[in-house]
Design a protein around this ligand. Structure first.
Ligand code: HEC
Length: 108
């Protein structure tokens, strides 16, 4: 039985790379990172945006998600591993964070 299963597994893993491209995978991850999508706050093109505006002591305040398309890899990983304010904590693997980084820094 094993002799049959091993080659099948090898063949399917050879084709797996062609099923979706790295960028398509990264894009899916960006909008569905096992939690609220990055796009919901940082926007589809990772350029950031206003999450909410509210009044505080008569002033209108804005809660902003920064642009993340032009950040260093070090800063990117640091932000994902220890978010500061309303950004959720994700449980992403290094590979997933690498893919996300590649994706956001390719946005124009
Ligand atoms: C609920 C809104 C929200 C979601 C969802 C979210 N973020 Fe954020 N993100 C923020 C806010 C607000 C900040 C500003 C600093 C902070 O709160 O940590 C931030 C900061 C960052 C920074 C640091 C930017 C800088 O230069 O300082 C990176 C990188 C980042 N987010 C990436 C991501 C990625 C990747 C995802 C998806 C896995 C994601 N964020 C999901 C709101 C969000």
């Amino acid at each position: 039985m094993r002799l049959i299963f091993v080659p099948l597994f090898l063949i399917s893993s050879l084709f797996a790379d062609d099923f979706i491209t790295r960028m398509e995978y990264a894009k899916l991850l960006y909008s569905n990172p096992r939690g609220i999508g990055c796009d919901k706050c940082h926007g589809t093109n990772a350029k950031g945006g206003v999450i909410a505006s509210f009044k505080q002591k008569g002033d209108t305040k804005k809660l902003i998600a920064p642009s993340i398309s032009n950040t260093t890899k070090e800063n990117f990983f640091k932000a994902l591993n220890s978010p500061k304010t309303v950004m959720p904590k994700y449980s992403l693997t290094n590979e997933e964070m690498e893919s996300l980084y590649e994706y956001v820094t390719k946005q124009r």
